[in-house]
Design a binder for this molecule. Structure first.
Ligand SMILES: *Cc1c(COP(=O)(O)O)cnc(C)c1O
Length: 453
């Protein structure tokens, strides 16, 4: 009996007969849930909670900070040279990250938002152009399109919480230039049909990987599949330096254009080796360069990306398997279960009212649970529905299409419905076997007592 197995047995024994039974039915070869798994009194109704202390996971990246990041940072301090230079920490991070996900080029920027803005510039998105976005994603996807002067066009999501590929073609016009399938809450968007549509209509695809760093679609890392990928290293993402971002591509011209945009339109001589000979001229742009302190932390974090993803995936898999036999269970749809990061396991509670009770009941059991998060139903959001911009004559909304387009909740009823009825438990990469079994036990207990499914 290995250490983990010993722990598990001790833990099962500590639960007593009823608890042990409800755990054991979760194992693949255990008895089926319907075979008399007793309904237990929920903690929310005065029963005994599964856990005494609340289980939740904070941001994943900082849980893995250690001497690696510390020493990288100290080296930058000692060098007294925190501005990025070829061969420095930012460059080393970029190379490691490009190699990790399998692209020719990666460069670091200040955030996921500036990475998206840079991606739009690389695609030459501007006034009169339209960009297709999922109705549920982060503000930055919308705002990068607006800042470029183009028009955001939303497509509803499906039960994977990603853009529904079947609804994209109806939104394509002669002005459409780019599709942005966001990989949200650890899940991957179904890229094959999206790429097929893009090829057919000669559109570009920008993968927003901010919530799925380390995720894979059919064996390839996200960010290496579309024309260009962006990432964020803000605190809430897989790996982090508090803030930060990256742009990835294997297309040398897109790379040069994006690189120029993030660095004053130019390619300083010291970067000619990485950027290439420069087939494009300089143009008005910005400064989104990453500094060496951030690069130092990210160089450390990227070495831990695999470990973090393995921890998340293994724990999510155990939770999925531990509840798989619940009658009528409907999990979030996935375009690739193996590639999913496993940050959250979501189940369909049928209605918003039942979902909300499920979440309250789970929290009372001591297991943190939440609805889909980290994104916004953008067309239903007040500032987006009102087309608020920094100037009344903003080019996004002065065209006939810009004037005519109507956002608002009426434009995305399906997205509102889906986001309202799924509830999930977040998964930590460092959850112990006991933590995982508590999650399984709490989900089973609440699911059966509520008669979900
Ligand atoms: C976080 C996030 C961004 C923006 O990244 P920041 O680094 O916060 O600017 C973009 N898209 C999605 C889907 C995100 O979750």
């Amino acid at each position: 009996m290995d250490f983990q197995e010993a722990n598990r047995r001790e833990f099962l024994a500590s639960l007593g007969a009823a608890g042990a039974a409800s755990v054991l039915v979760g194992s693949p070869d255990g008895p089926h849930a319907q075979a008399g798994e007793a309904k237990e009194k929920l903690a929310i109704d005065g029963g005994t909670p599964v856990r005494k202390s609340a289980l939740s996971t904070g941001p994943t990246g900082p849980q893995f900070y250690d001497d690696v990041e510390k020493n990288e940072l100290l080296e930058v301090l000692a060098s007294r040279s925190p501005f990025r230079t070829p061969g420095g920490k930012v460059s080393q991070f970029e190379q490691a990250y490009a190699a990790h996900i399998g692209v020719t080029f990666a460069f670091a920027v200040t955030s996921g938002t500036t990475a998206l803005y840079t991606a739009m510039a690389a695609m030459e998105v501007g006034p009169g152009d339209e960009v297709i976005l999922p109705a549920w994603t982060w503000y930055a996807d919308h705002d990068a399109v607006i800042l470029s002067g183009a028009l955001p066009v939303f497509v509803e999501i499906d039960e994977s919480f990603s853009i529904d590929p079947e609804l994209i073609e109806a939104k394509i016009t002669p002005r459409t230039k780019v599709i942005v399938p966001s990989h949200l809450q650890g899940g991957v968007a179904d890229l094959d049909p999206i790429l097929e549509i893009a090829r057919k209509h000669k559109l570009r695809v920008v993968e927003d990987c901010a919530q799925c760093c380390g995720g894979r679609y059919k064996g390839k890392f996200v960010g290496s599949i579309g024309d260009l990928g962006i990432n964020s290293f803000q605190l809430g993402k897989t790996i982090t330096a508090g803030e930060g971002g990256a742009v990835t591509t294997s297309d040398p011209v897109l790379y040069e254009r994006a690189f120029r945009f993030h660095d004053v339109g130019m390619v300083s001589r010291s970067f000619n080796a990485t950027v290439g000979n420069g087939v494009l001229g300089a143009f008005a742009s910005c400064n989104f360069r990453m500094n060496e302190f951030t690069g130092a932390v990210m160089k450390g974090q990227v070495q831990k990306l695999d470990t973090i993803c393995q921890g998340l995936r293994a724990n999510a898999k155990k939770v999925r398997e531990g509840i798989a036999d619940l009658p009528g269970l409907k999990l979030r749809k996935s375009a690739d279960v193996e590639g999913d990061l496993g940050t959250t396991v979501f189940l369909d509670c049928g209605t918003r009212e039942r979902r909300d009770r499920f979440l309250r009941a789970m929290r009372a059991e001591g297991v943190n649970a939440a609805g889909p998060g980290g994104s916004v139903i953008l067309p239903a959001n007040a500032r987006i529905a009102s087309k608020a911009t920094i100037h009344p004559q903003w080019p996004s909304f002065t065209t006939p299409q810009g004037k005519a387009i109507a956002y608002g909740p009426e434009s995305c009823p399906r997205t509102i419905d889906i986001i309202g009825r799924f509830g999930g438990v977040s998964i930590g990469p460092r959850y112990t076997e006991e933590d995982v079994q508590d999650i399984i036990r709490a989900v089973r207990k609440v699911y059966l007592a509520m008669g979900l499914g």
